[in-house]
Each structure stands twice: as structure tokens, then as C-alpha cells.
Write a protein that binds this ligand. Structure first.
Ligand code: PEP
Ligand code: MG
Length: 902
């Protein structure tokens, strides 16, 4: 980071605005915005994030900073009519961190800068309150000692406790001025001893050191960890806000509070917040006394209350969103200390967006930007009954959503054993590792006492779609004794617990689970227009309608049977983008496939295929009927054949045992031979996909015949089948040409035999790098491409998904190699570049080439935006993700339109 000569490192609150968050941080930008709205903000200025970056990179603040701060401080002093630290009437300031993204509690703040042995006397006489002045001074030494000079905070706490004990009182408000004077002496001694220097008496030195401490707090371990977990870039730096102090602890006509412009849980308008009389902000956090509801302020100080209500309306109208606010009242004068667009629950996000549309504050396109697919997905999980009586055990990180109930087990072996006997279990560990995988699969949910959002438990649970709460630190997990302790409560193996992966809460006993009303709505069991319709459902309904109106991407489902297809249709699917036919070969049909693989002669093989044909045909008829009038992409058989054969070890043991008894079964011996022959070291890269179709004569032809006959039958029954045949794992156009020729011949035969014209289209998956790189050639033989981004991600990265996710992905995420698994969100730079290239090349050869994606990414919010941007025609995802994909496709289109017209 090089210093630019004309660079400005300090902005007065009157100079900034809310769009300057990169430079002034969230807090600084909003303080400036409020100042310029004419709201009562204590005057002050902001040191930019750029200054912080220079400091962090070079080890010292930019050369120009000192003079700039001096000039702004002088202006502040003249505005306030007093000087920083002036002995008879000191100006005091707070020094607060404020990064672009809120990092609650992560970084430092020092209040009451400017107090010294001399100016504390001046403050006492100005305020007419000696106790207040000495209390402010001891707070400064305590905060400064801890955050700036690195003194162990407990030393101050202990000294404060001793002072209270000596006076036989329990709360610090019972200490008088004389006690606090003594305490200041003790605190100064602690500083001198522990920091090896006296507490600085010079106000400017205090301020400069505090600014440096805030800069340094960007790189504390906890701040780094938080950023990694929240995916906040590590190079943003923090701004520093220097603000003249106002005091809420000057008597009963003073106080401090927090407020929301509407309820962050429901979105309802009203008076929401807390107020604490005669207190400073940190007292609210410390919970020394109980706060009162904000509405009570009306009776305490009507003038300030009315002013606050007016300001809240101003802020909401100005920000066009829910705002949260921190304020202080100093002797009847209201001051605004902070505002920002407030966090809200997923449900409130939808409600607030539609409420703001109704109020005329935002339009539909903006409403779409106020919600997200992640929030919608959260609303679709079953949840705990809010009305149920619960016993809260503790709270951890909401790592993977859902509501799970089960018996506590403390090791994977027990989890598997109990779940096999039909028990529902919750696996509780300090943290999980790859050895716990079986236990995690067997459990309803996973609970850990350590680790954050990128811990093994969190990553793997999210990948599996399992409920997970991690890092619940209050829980003392003792895996050896198979129990956990929370305060006085001991939870033994077998005790029932309930965990909420959407809130991170952990409960004792069984909490009843209710289905999500949003799913009930998508299923058609609840109507948004009904009189008793849930407010949330009505909001979701409206937002989905906006999304459907603007989106360009169509949304299809990955579904293999009529039941899934029908659900997908109810959820808004516009077709099937991937029917994996291998799912139709399992169960009882597995034996038929076995016969096909074992066939020695053409006759045997034909018999096996003929037995499969009618079954396949029946599957397709059902599917085409469920999706009548909409496109259905049927993929020919993809996975390695050995997946249809018995496990090699099990079968070897069976044969060996039989041989030792001298009653070896002829069929088993043949089977074992076949299993050996088909065994592969890397099945993912072996005999699968189109390769199977090319080496097993008649296999693809049988599937194509089943598809064509099913389509013909539907047509003859006056149906409207729109079938697309998809060839998997193609790497070169020649493979596709051979399969196509064979398929075309079969289709022509069926057309002739049934007297129908079928118009089946034939296309391919693009899931190998070579396919993407030669897309221009492949498009000559393909009427459509569907990007198989699961395999494309595996092959571009050289990752075997089944192996890597559970083994080293946690380490990769923790080291920041990627922020999110590339199997979850498309890797735009790598895999995405190939997709983009193949789209361009494919369309250059065949302008009407239909393009879609059917890997898991088709239902991932961020990836949907990418697919919109590269110009695909549709995304295809599991039925449950369809609403999310619809919403995100709408958001992507609205966002793109917004930026076009800007
Ligand atoms: C893919 O590879 O993205 C795909 C959809 O195919 P499968 O997951 O069945 O390999
Ligand atoms: Mg694939």
C-alpha cells in the first residue's frame, strides 16, 4: 500500500456519507449520514481505513496523519468551545473502531479520552458531580490499560471487587467519589507495574495511542477468526471514529438505549428497544441493572422520547429499511451514537420487504434485493414449535439449519449401532474428525462444543444437509464418561436433546417439530390468499411472484420418478433437467443388471436387455405423464458397472468359505470373476457414462427404445411428451456421434412402428474439461448442453468429491484456500471459466443450442447468479431447491437490470 501525497486520511462527520463505507467503515459512514441529515450526532471525525492499511503494512501511521488529525481536532475543539483534556473543562472523546462490515465485539473502543489527574477535577466541577468524574477516570484507566497497554483485564476487575468488598457493598454505584479516587490510584499502580509505564497524562498521547490500538485490533486472533468465519476479506482494515463524549450517567435525566425502527423478528412497526436510566452503553452490555422497554421512556422523558420517535421515522424513510440505533440522553438532550441497517431474521426479511413496498418506500426490484435464497432455504426447514415449553441448555453457532431431536450419543460407533436399531440420535462431540463420518450419517443432527462455521462438523453437516450446531462452548463434553455437563445439568448417553441448526440453540428433552408453513404453501396445502394465511406465507408468495416475473433463467428439477416430478411441478419446476436413469436399476432390478454384465453370449445379453426394457418404459411413461407439456431430460446410464455388482470383499469371503466347504456356487464364481474384471482403482475416471454405452452392446439402444416407446405411447394417449435424451461423460464429439447414430436409428424404428413423429432431441453433458474445451465440435452433434458441474468440478480440480470433502476440506477452508467448497458454490475462476468458454464456443457452432446446468450448483444462490450472467437458459436442481433457484434467478435478473440502467 503506497501513500499517495494528496490522499486524505481524516474526514469530519460533516464530510462523509453512507456510501463511503469502504473508506469510513460502517459506523463512520452512518454517523456522517446522520450528521448531514441534521440529526443530533456529537461532533467528531473519522480516520480512514486507508490510514489503517498503511499502518498495518508499514508498521507506522502515514506521515500526513498527525497533522490532519491536529487540524480536525482543532476544528472540533473550536466547535465544542473547549480543548481536549483542558484542565478546567475538558473536552473528552471516544475512540471507536468501525470496519466496513460489522464485527461485533471483535475490536476495540476507548471512552473518556482526555481525562487526567488535573482534568478530572475540572470535569467534576463542570458536571457538578465528583463521583461521576472519578468514575469516568477509573473507567478510562481500566479500558486504556486493557486495550491500549495490554494489561490483563482481570487485574482491574479484581481491584474493583476488592474495593467493593472493603466497603461491604455489591454494586459499583455504591462506591462514592472518595472510594473511586482511591481506586484510580490502585488502577494507576496496576498500569505502571504491568505495562512498565505510567498511565499517560497527556490527552493527545492518550488519543494517538488509542488510535494505534484500534488499528492493531484488526489483527487480533479473535478478529482474524471471525473474519475467516464470516468471509470478510482480511485486507479491508478498520476506520477509527473520534467522537466527542456525551454522558448517559449524569443522573436520572440521563440514560442510554438501543432501538429498532421495527421489530427485527416480525417486521411489525412499533416501539422496539431497551433503555437504561443513568447509565453508559457498557452498563447495558454488562447487565448491571435491568433495562426497561423503550416504550417506558415516554413516561421518563417525553420530550426526548418524542424526538427519538421522529428521528426513527426519518431514518427509516431515509434508509428505506429497518435501522437499529444506539442513543444517549445527557441531561435531557438526546444524542444519536450509531445507526445501521439492522439485522433481521429470515422471516422478517420477507415481511419487511413487502411492507416497504406497500409503504411506497421501495419497488419490487429492490424488494428482491432485500431477501436471499439462503433466507428462503432457512424458512423451508421444519422448525421447533415456537409455542412449546423448552429448557434451553446453551447456544452455539447455527452451522447447518434444521430442527433435530434424538438421544444423546457421544461416539460414532454408538450412533451407528443405535440408529440401526431404529433410534434417533444426536451425535455430540467436542469436535468431529473424518473418523466420525459414519456416526454423522447415522445421526439426526450433530452437536459440538468446539469449532466454528468452517469446522469439520459444520462443513460435512452442511454438505449432507444435516442439522448441526457447533462451538456450543457452555457444554462440557466428556466423551470418555459419555456425558455432557451444562452448569448443574448432566446429560447422560441416551437422554433426549433437541438442537436447532437455524438459531444454534440446544434444548433438553424433546421439543415438538412443526412443518414449515412456507413448504406447506409451496406444496399447495396452504394458500397465500386465504383469510387465515400466515403473514410470512403471504410475503413469500408476493416476492416469488416478483421473481418469476423478472427472471430470465428457467428452473427445472433433478428428478427420477413421478413422485419427485410432481412435487417439483408444485414447487414451480418448468421441466426436468436431469433424470438419472441409474436410480431405476437398483433394488430388485439389480439382479437383471447382474445378468447383463455376466452375459457370455449375445443371446444371454439380449434376454437381459429385453427383461429390462418394459420396466424402463413404464418408468418413463410415469415420468412423462407427470411432466406432461414440459421438457424432460433423460440421461442414459452413467455410473461404473461395478456399482451394480456385490461388494468385492463380501463376495470373496463368501466364495472362499464355500470353497473350503467344497460347495462353491457356479454363479458366485462367475460373479466374482466379473467383479474382479470390473474393479477399478479410480471408478470416477473409469468405465462409466458414454464409455459404457460404447462397450456394452445394446445397453444405450435399449434405453433409447424405452424412452421412444414411452414417448410414443404418451403421444397416442393425447399427451404432450417433450423428451430430451442426454449422453453423459462425453469427452470428444466422436463418442457422441456414434451413440447418436445408433439412437437415431432406434428412434426412427419406433416412429415407424408406432406411426408417430417423436421430435426427440439429443444432447450431451459437459462435465469433462475436454468436452468444455472442444465444445465447438461437440455442438455439431448436440442439440443441447447440460453442464454437469459436479463432475466438472471433480475433474477440473482433480478432487474426488466423496474422499476430499470429509478428509481435508476443513483444513482448506480454515487456511482460506477457498471460502466455500467448490462443490457448493461454483468456482467462477476455474470451473466457471470453462463453462463460459463452452457456452461461447457451443453457441458459435449452433446459435440455437439449448444450455442448462444440472450439477448441484443449479440450486446454489451464488452460482445461479453466475449462470444467469453467462447466459444459460435454465438451471436444474433438486425439487426442494426449486423455490430458491426461482428466487435467485429473479434476483439476478433484477440486479442485472439495475446495473444496466445505472
Ligand atoms: C454432474 O456431474 O454435475 C451431474 C449432474 O452428474 P452426476 O452428479 O450424476 O455425476
Ligand atoms: Mg456427472
Amino acid at each position: 500500500m503506497s501513500e499517495n501525497k494528496d490522499q486524505k486520511f481524516v474526514y469530519d462527520f460533516t464530510e462523509g456519507n453512507r456510501d463511503l463505507k469502504d473508506l469510513l467503515g460502517g459506523k463512520g459512514a452512518n454517523l456522517a449520514e446522520m450528521t448531514n441529515l441534521g440529526l443530533p450526532v456529537p461532533p467528531g471525525f473519522t480516520i480512514t481505513t486507508e490510514a489503517c492499511k498503511v499502518y498495518l503494512e508499514s508498521g507506522s501511521a502515514p506521515a500526513a496523519l498527525r497533522d490532519e488529525v491536529s487540524a480536525h481536532l482543532a476544528a472540533l475543539e473550536s466547535k465544542m468551545g473547549k480543548k481536549l483534556g483542558q484542565s478546567d473543562d475538558p473536552l473528552l472523546v471516544s475512540v471507536r473502531s468501525g470496519a466496513k462490515f460489522s464485527m461485533p465485539g471483535m475490536m476495540d473502543t476507548v471512552l473518556n479520552i482526555g481525562l487526567s489527574d488535573e482534568s478530572v477535577v475540572g470535569l467534576a466541577s463542570q458536571a457538578g458531580d465528583e463521583r461521576f468524574a472519578w468514575d469516568s477516570y477509573r473507567r478510562l484507566i481500566q479500558m486504556f490499560g486493557k486495550t491500549v497497554l495490554g494489561v490483563e483485564g482481570e487485574l482491574f476487575e479484581d481491584a474493583l471487587d476488592e474495593a467493593k468488598a472493603a466497603k461491604k457493598v455489591t454494586v459499583d454505584t455504591d462506591l462514592d467519589a472518595a472510594d473511586l479516587k482511591k481506586l484510580v490510584k490502585v488502577f494507576k499502580k496496576i498500569v505502571a507495574k504491568e505495562a512498565g509505564r505510567e498511565f499517560p497524562q497527556d490527552a493527545r498521547e492518550q488519543m494517538d495511542l488509542a488510535v494505534e490500538a484500534v488499528f492493531n485490533s484488526w489483527n487480533t486472533d479473535r478478529a482474524k477468526l471471525y473474519r475467516r468465519q464470516e468471509r470478510i476479506p482480511s485486507d479491508l482494515g478498520t476506520a477509527v471514529n473520534i467522537c466527542s463524549m456525551v454522558f448517559g450517567n449524569l443522573g436520572p435525566d440521563s440514560g442510554t438505549g438501543v432501538a429498532f425502527t421495527r421489530d427485527p423478528a416480525s417486521g411489525h412497526a412499533g416501539v422496539y428497544g431497551d433503555y437504561l436510566q443513568n447509565a453508559q452503553g457498557e452498563d447495558v452490555v454488562a447487565g448491571i441493572r435491568n433495562t426497561v422497554p423503550l416504550a417506558d421512556l415516554e413516561a421518563i422523558d417525553k420530550a426526548s422520547y418524542d424526538q427519538l420517535m421522529t428521528i426513527m421515522t426519518t431514518l427509516e424513510t431515509h434508509y428505506k429499511d429497518l435501522c437499529d440505533i444506539e442513543f444517549t440522553i445527557e441531561r435531557g438532550q438526546l444524542w444519536m451514537l450509531q445507526t445501521r441497517v439492522g439485522k433481521r431474521t429470515a422471516g422478517a426479511a420477507f415481511r419487511i420487504a413487502t411492507q416497504l413496498v406497500d409503504q411506497g418506500l421501495i419497488d419490487e426490484a429492490e424488494a428482491l434485493q432485500r431477501v436471499s435464497g439462503h433466507q428462503l432455504a432457512q424458512l423451508m426447514f421444519p422448525r421447533f414449535d415456537e409455542g412449546a415449553k423448552t429448557t434451553l441448555l446453551g447456544r452455539g453457532i447455527a452451522a447447518s439449519p434444521g430442527a433435530a431431536v434424538g438421544k444423546a450419543v457421544f461416539d460414532s460407533y454408538t450412533a451407528v449401532k443405535w440408529s440401526r436399531s431404529g433410534e434417533k440420535v444426536i451425535l455430540i462431540r467436542r469436535e468431529t474428525n473424518p473418523d466420525d463420518l459414519d456416526g454423522m450419517i447415522a445421526s439426526e443432527g450433530i452437536l459440538t462444543s468446539r469449532g466454528g462455521k468452517t469446522s469439520h462438523a459444520a462443513v460435512v453437516a452442511r454438505g449432507m444437509g444435516k442439522t448441526c450446531v457447533c462451538g456450543a462452548e457452555e457444554l462440557d463434553v466428556d466423551t470418555k464418561r459419555r456425558r455432557m455437563t451444562v452448569g448443574d445439568t448432566v446429560i447422560e448417553e441416551g437422554d433426549v436433546v433437541s438442537i436447532d441448526g437455524s438459531t444454534g440453540k440446544v434444548y433438553l428433552g424433546e421439543v415438538p417439530v412443526v412443518p414449515s408453513p412456507v413448504v406447506e404453501y409451496f406444496e399447495g396445502r396452504m394458500h397465500a390468499g386465504a383469510d387465515d394465511a400466515d403473514e410470512l406465507v403471504a410475503a413469500v408468495h408476493r416476492i416469488m411472484a416478483y421473481a418469476d416475473r423478472v427472471r430470465r433463467l428457467r428452473v427445472r428439477a433433478n428428478a427420477d420418478n413421478a413422485e419427485d416430478a410432481l412435487r417439483a411441478r408444485r414447487f414451480g419446476a418448468q421441466g426436468i433437467g436431469l433424470c438419472r436413469t441409474e436410480h431405476m436399476f437398483l433394488g430388485e432390478r439389480r439382479e437383471m443388471v447382474e445378468r447383463l454384465i455376466l452375459a457370455d453370449t449375445d443371446d444371454e445379453r439380449d434376454q437381459a436387455l429385453s427383461a429390462l426394457l418394459p420396466l424402463q418404459k413404464k418408468d418413463f411413461i410415469e415420468l412423462f405423464e407427470a411432466m406432461d407439456g414440459l421438457p424432460v431430460t433423460v440421461r442414459l446410464l452413467d455410473p461404473p458397472l461395478h456399482e451394480f455388482l456385490p461388494d468385492i470383499t463380501e463376495l470373496s469371503v463368501r466364495v472362499a468359505l464355500a470353497e473350503s466347504r467344497k460347495d462353491a456356487n457356479e454363479n458366485d464364481l462367475r460373479l466374482l470373476q466379473a467383479v474382479h474384471k470390473l474393479h477399478e482403482q479410480n471408478p470416477m475416471l473409469g468405465l462409466r457414462g458414454v464409455r459404457l454405452g460404447l462397450v456394452i452392446p445394446g445397453l444405450f439402444a435399449m434405453q433409447v427404445r424405452a424412452i421412444a416407446e414411452a414417448a410414443a405411447e404418451r403421444k397416442n394417449a393425447k399427451g404432450d411428451p417433450r423428451v430430451e435424451i442426454m449422453i453423459p461423460l462425453v469427452g470428444t464429439v466422436q463418442e457422441l456421434e456414434i451413440v447418436r447414430e445408433e439412437a437415431d436409428a432406434v428412434i426412427a424404428e419406433v416412429e415407424a412402428a408406432t406411426g408417430t413423429t417423436l421430435k426427440l432431441s439429443i444432447g450431451t453433458m459437459i462435465e469433462l474439461p475436454r468436452a468444455a474445451l472442444t465444445a465447438a465440435q461437440i455442438a455439431e452433434a448436440a442439440q443441447f448442453f447440460s453442464f454437469g458441474t459436479n463432475d466438472l468440478t471433480q475433474t477440473v480440480w482433480g478432487f474426488s468429491r466423496d474422499d476430499v470433502e470429509a478428509s481435508f476440506f476443513t483444513a482448506y477452508l480454515e487456511k482460506g484456500i477457498f471460502g466455500v467448497s467448490p462443490f457448493e458454490t461454483i468456482d467462477k475462476d476455474g470451473v466457471g471459466s470453462l463453462v463460459r468458454y463452452a457456452v461461447e464456443q457451443g453457441r458459435a457452432t449452433r446459435p440455437d443450442l439449448k444450455l442448462g446446468v444440472c450439477g448441484e450448483h443449479g440450486g446454489d444462490p451464488e452460482s445461479v447468479h453466475f449462470f444467469h450472467e453467462v447466459g444459460l437458459d435454465y438451471v436444474s436442481c433438486s425439487p426442494f431447491r426449486i423455490p430458491v433457484a426461482r428466487l435467485e434467478a429473479g434476483r439476478a435478473a433484477a440486479e442485472a437490470k439495475g446495473s444496466d440502467s445505472r
